[in-house]
Design a protein around this ligand. Structure first.
Ligand code: ADP
Ligand code: ZN
Length: 606
């Protein structure tokens, strides 16, 4: 392995950082040894040093291919400020400047040259490059090469030919986001079959995630969420400009400093608002995804998706804007089948190739199956990006309060049969009525002689809605566009598997908050923690204290102490501060802040 002394020295001298982070040193060593690499490092993981430092150290110019002009501008400016000879070729450059940079490159006086894919393949440029000493070729945002990526760019395809043209130059593919299929695609498309992969963990331990289905009054729900986090910096993503404006106005009317941001606003206003958000502590930015790139506010404490994102990649990038400083930040995603329908409609209406549309639709379905699923949130994302042996996070909504699920395979088969018997011509309402055997007009009656009429009378309407929604999320059924979308079969293969009972369908038991009283839920938690009698009471008392403290501080309860910590307190029953401090999950700061109060509760309860 290459000696990293010089690399470390460059990191310190040029960039002023003490040491490498995460996988940086491994990636850099591989490139310094002259080999190809593929690196998937999450945003903020320090990808740029992975190619910048070897480009500085190896003889010749490091070529960086990137599709994002704004990002190139920033990097080149930062490099020059650090005294590195860096340049960027784009259409804004005048002829003389261009000539100057090119001759610097040829003479080996340039360390880094940034270029877009179009620029790279513009007339004669590759021929020119063949006459230059090249240190390495880095392909940034490498996921763009893949139709499986969420950001496919056809001109990235041609980058594979660099393998032949520059056979002796180490090539690097770097990206912050690539699911497993995309990773495989990057390798084949970019001809990096022999490159070593460096896949960083996508874990963000300080993110506390939750997701919920959209209720009847989404604006009220958003207000509640924001009010409970008053005084903190947050981002709310909405799908449309209209919803952005509405949501921001609704919050502003409640004296919450909320600003709207979308591409329809003029540039000056957008810049002003971004500036305010960046500078002030408690501004809530309500935005479309136009707001994001280049936002590096460290103390964003929550990200709410008022409408669901496009894919798991997009979700992770967007919630990832919370908690850059490493402190706890929350992500709350609100989703609905209507959001999924909209995503599918947009994909279908886009001008992309059929195959690309199919991928977008599939990614949307994967996202909804994830949101509506039953597995740990952070764990789900990490597995999606290819991590193995992932432990549950312990703090997300699923980990802290696992939804009850039931085997709905038989019900799914009934619902699918009903859709088929009704000739795939009707929407949810009529299909549900048909299942429970309700015929309210002549159209319903027309189908009342079918064998599926009334086969679901033993279940409540809401259960059937739930089953159908779930089948839509999984893509087993699909739903048309328009005002009154009709249900049809979405995946014949899956339908057959469900009929043969080879595929299990598990759905969440619908939440019935009104039926379960708070007290009922609490004692359920105590039972889950394994306490009975006095211990259960003590556990409840601690939870009561935590609830009050949380609401007084405007934070969610787990931010004060996790359930596991409360349970450990019950078990240990410490009688003084020192004892309490030994309970796992209580650090110095929390002991100082809450120790006395917790002891009081413990002592009163023992
Ligand atoms: P990304 O992977 O998102 O492109 P960047 O390369 O822009 O990340 O780096 C993100 C931030 O982290 C930058 O501000 C960079 O200076 C900083 N950074 C990267 N590596 C290190 C390091 N080894 N030590 C300290 N800071 C680092
Ligand atoms: Zn979890």
């Amino acid at each position: 392995m290459a000696d990293l002394t010089a690399a470390r020295e460059t990191l310190q001298r040029v960039f002023g950082h003490d040491d490498f982070r995460g996988l940086q040193s491994d990636v850099i060593a591989e490139v310094l040894d002259g080999r190809d690499v593929m690196a998937v490092l999450p945003t903020g993981g320090g990808k740029s040093f992975c190619y910048q430092i070897p480009a500085i150290l190896r003889p010749g110019v490091g070529l960086v291919v990137s599709p994002l002009i704004a990002l190139m501008q920033d990097q080149v400016a930062a490099l020059r400020a650090a005294g590195v000879a860096a340049a960027r070729l784009d259409s804004t450059l005048d002829r003389d400047a261009r000539r100057e940079w090119l001759s610097a490159a040829r003479e080996g006086k340039l360390d880094l040259l940034y270029v877009s894919p179009e620029g790279l393949f513009a007339n004669g440029f590759l021929d020119f490059l063949e006459q230059c000493p090249i240190a390495l070729i880095a392909i940034d945002e490498a996921h763009c090469v893949s139709q499986w990526g969420h950001d496919f760019r056809p001109d990235y395809r041609a980058l594979g030919q660099l393998a032949d043209r520059f056979a002796s130059v180490p090539r690097m593919a770097v990206t912050a986001t690539a699911d497993l299929k995309t990773q495989a695609d990057i390798r084949t498309q970019l001809r990096l079959e022999n490159a070593k992969s460096f896949i960083a963990s996508f874990d963000r331990p300080n993110l506390v995630l939750a997701a919920e289905r959209k209720g009847p009054k989404p604006q009220d729900r958003i207000s509640d969420l924001v009010r409970a986090r008053r005084g903190k910096s947050g981002i709310i993503y909405a799908a449309t400009r209209d919803n952005v404006e509405k949501t921001a106005a609704n919050l502003a009317a409640q004296n919450i400093p909320a600003l709207a941001y979308h591409a329809g606003l003029d540039a000056k206003l957008r810049a002003d608002r971004q500036h305010r958000f960046q500078e002030e502590d408690d501004v809530v930015m309500v935005a479309t995804i136009a707001f994001g790139m280049g936002v590096d506010k460290p103390d964003v404490r929550y990200v709410i998706h008022a409408d669901s994102p496009k894919s798991i990649e997009a979700y992770w990038q967007e919630v990832g804007r919370g908690g850059r400083d490493g402190d706890t930040a929350e992500g709350v995603c609100i989703y609905s089948a209507a959001d999924l329908r909209r995503a599918i409609m947009f994909a279908n209406q886009s001008s992309a190739a059929e195959q690309v549309k199919a991928v977008q639709i599939k990614k949307a379905r994967q996202l909804f199956a994830f949101l509506d699923g039953l597995t740990c949130r952070r764990g789900g994302v990490r597995r999606y990006f290819g991590e193995e042996n992932v432990e549950p996070c312990g703090v997300c909504d699923i980990c802290t309060d696992p939804p009850q699920s039931i085997d709905a395979t038989e019900m799914a088969a009934k619902a699918i049969s009903a859709v088929m018997r009704m000739e795939q011509r009707f929407g949810r309402g009529r299909v549900v009525s048909h299942l429970i055997g309700k015929a309210s007009d002549s159209l319903d009656e027309q189908f009342s002689t079918r064998s599926t009429f009334g086969i679901g009378a033993d279940q409540h309407e809401s259960v059937w809605r739930n089953v159908i929604e779930h089948l839509l999320f999984e893509g087993v059924l699909s739903e048309g566009d328009g005002e009154r979308p009709t249900l049809s079969i979405g995946d014949d293969e899956a339908v057959r598997a469900i009929f043969r009972k080879e595929r299990q369908v598990r759905i969440r038991e619908a939440a019935k908050p009104e039926r379960r009283s708070k007290a009922g839920r609490e004692s359920k938690a105590a039972a889950k923690a394994g306490f009975i009698g006095a211990d259960a009471k003590l556990f409840e008392a601690l939870k009561g204290w935590r609830r009050e403290t949380a609401s007084a501080n405007g934070v969610p309860p787990y931010v004060i102490f996790h359930d596991a910590t409360l349970a450990a307190m019950v078990q240990a029953k410490p009688s003084d501060l020192a004892g309490l401090g030994r309970v796992s999950g209580i650090g110095e700061a929390k002991l100082k802040k809450y120790g006395a109060e917790v002891l009081a509760v413990l002592i009163a309860g023992c």
